[in-house]
Design a protein around this ligand. Structure first.
Ligand SMILES: [Zn+2]
Length: 318
């Protein structure tokens, strides 16, 4: 069977198409996604009024009811955007096309925009992706697993100078654990904490009590028995014994690991959660065509409120 990503069905929106459609059509696309219920006609975000004066030259609207002035991106993640609608759409296409993630440096080079613009935009797109996972409950057969990221201590050159990197005293304290909770044939939820044990509370919060949970032999998962039926697999013996297996969780981690090694080189620290959420989104939507994926991200961004974390990020940092 041909791999999905190689099939024509996987390619429904290309950069070529985005640049060919031009600014007016890209603007219309954003309007349609912001206001689908009125077929792209402006709706005042302040009072809900559908009558507005259009300030065409500036692509802004003035509400007839409350005189509030707004644009298609006002109050959304894309508020105070610096890019044209064509560039914004192109950035989203580049972003969804990278199966193991896309670095801000690449977006900045591909679109000839400032690095900081690409950096903030990439994080806003991750935020839009994460929105879909918020409060999501899992059911059926659910796999749980954890893996460590960050806090790498480089071994010293000479053997005599090397330390036991397993000891807490020799660690950087920057190591964090990502826990994935994944429904077979369903959604993938991710969590970040100091250790894998945070997964126990995570499972309680996002997995139905009727679900059957599959986990490995690590002792902190013992706590999963009781509320749910839990099946265990001892990975030092085999990866699947016919009754329990966590291969779906493993395939999420291999995508996250490839993003770490191949694209970002360093995904630990404060953004680990965002990268984990992004890779879960990519895993869950890997069989959607890229045009569909771009549409999902834009729609999600258009209903997300102004990003508190990323609004004016560089102005603050400077
Ligand atoms: Zn209004």
């Amino acid at each position: 069977m041909q791999h999905f990503l190689l099939s024509a069905g996987a390619r429904t929106l290309s950069l070529k198409a985005v640049f060919k459609m031009g600014e007016d059509a890209a603007y219309d696309a954003f309007r349609m996604m912001r206001w689908p219920e009125t077929d792209g006609e402006a709706v005042c975000p302040s009072c809900g009024c559908t009558e507005s004066y259009s300030i065409t030259s500036r692509r802004r609207f003035k509400c007839v009811g409350c005189h509030h002035q707004y644009s298609v991106t006002s109050g959304t993640i894309f508020a105070s955007r610096k890019l044209s609608f064509t560039d914004l759409l192109a950035a989203i296409v580049i972003f969804v096309n990278g199966a193991k993630g896309v670095s801000a440096l690449q977006v900045s080079r591909d679109l000839d925009v400032q690095y900081k613009t690409a950096f903030v935009l990439s994080h806003k797109l991750r935020e839009a992706m994460a929105l879909e996972a918020k409060g999501r409950m899992l059911d059926g057969v659910v796999e749980v697993d954890g893996a460590y990221f960050g806090g790498y201590v480089k071994p010293a050159n000479y053997k005599e100078a090397r330390v036991d990197r397993r000891l807490v005293a020799h660690q950087t304290g920057k190591r964090q654990s990502v826990v994935v909770v994944r429904e077979r044939g369903g959604d993938t939820n991710t969590f970040v904490g100091k250790s894998e044990a945070i997964g126990v509370a995570a499972v309680r919060n996002c997995v139905d009590a009727d679900a059957v949970i599959h986990a490995d032999e690590a002792s902190h998962w013992d706590a999963l028995h009781g509320r749910n039926v839990a099946k265990r697999i001892n990975h030092s013996v085999c990866y699947s014994d016919g009754s329990a297996c966590t291969n779906q969780a493993e395939s999420f981690f291999s995508r996250l690991r490839r993003a770490e090694i191949g694209v970002h080189h360093h995904i630990a620290g404060p953004y680990l959660n965002a990268y984990a959420g992004e890779m879960a989104w990519r895993e869950d939507n890997r069989r959607e065509a890229n045009g569909t994926q771009a549409g999902m991200v834009v729609r999600s961004a258009m209903v997300s409120p102004v990003s508190r974390q990323w609004k004016g990020y560089w102005q603050r940092a400077a």
